[in-house]
Write a protein that binds this ligand. Structure first.
Ligand SMILES: [Zn+2]
Length: 200
């Protein structure tokens, strides 16, 4: 028997929608994704997840009353491949890079997507080869390689962690989720530093 879950009323505010979403953490507490209350309830009911945070209002079925989960944690660790192919979007890319040009640091003006190794030089459209660039830097770089321009990257580009997509999908992060959603991924990867000097 599946528990009937009230659908969010149409035209509901973002907050109301968030009430019907559940944050899913890996066994390691790393944020994985967001799912529906119904899906979360099934996972908990099957013993595959535990409830870390609940909502005040219980989940009622015709015959029973259950905890309404808001944050759950998988009991078994789910291996998330590093190469998980999340489609590249400008919004996610700009968010990953902190909404700044990676070359000059400006947050002003129009931001663009730049292929570090230009496509004309064999560069792929993968997270590891795309960065946020302001229009002037993108124009200046053109079809050339960084070492040809003495330009450098503050850090090696890489695919964003799931938490970035979770944050982007939400207009407002519920208060109870904040503690579980690290903000360190958004363009701040101090260990991934790369420069053309180091590459030379
Ligand atoms: Zn720039």
């Amino acid at each position: 028997m599946t528990a009937p879950v009230r659908a969010a009323p149409s035209g509901a505010a973002t907050f109301a929608r968030a009430v019907h979403q559940v944050l899913v953490l890996n066994a390691s507490y790393e944020p994985l994704n967001v799912c529906s209350v119904r899906r979360a309830h099934v996972l908990v009911h099957k013993g595959r997840a535990e409830v870390l945070e609940r909502q005040a209002e219980p989940l009622r079925t015709a015959t029973n009353t259950y905890v309404r989960p808001h944050v759950i944690r998988l009991v078994q660790y789910v291996r998330v491949p590093q190469t998980v192919k999340r489609r590249i979007s400008r919004r996610a890319l700009f968010a990953r890079d902190g909404w700044r040009c990676v070359y000059c640091g400006t947050a002003a003006g129009r931001l663009t997507l730049d292929h570090v190794v230009p496509r004309s030089r064999g560069g792929d459209s993968v997270w590891e080869n795309v960065v946020t660039a302001c229009a002037p830097c993108n124009l200046r770089k053109g079809d050339r390689l960084l070492e040809e321009l003495r330009m450098s990257l503050p850090r090696a580009p890489r695919a964003p962690a799931p938490v970035l997509f979770i944050r982007l999908a939400l207009h407002r992060v519920p208060d109870t989720w904040s503690a579980y959603l690290p903000v360190t991924d958004e363009g701040h990867q101090p260990d991934g530093s790369v420069s053309s000097a180091a590459a030379a």
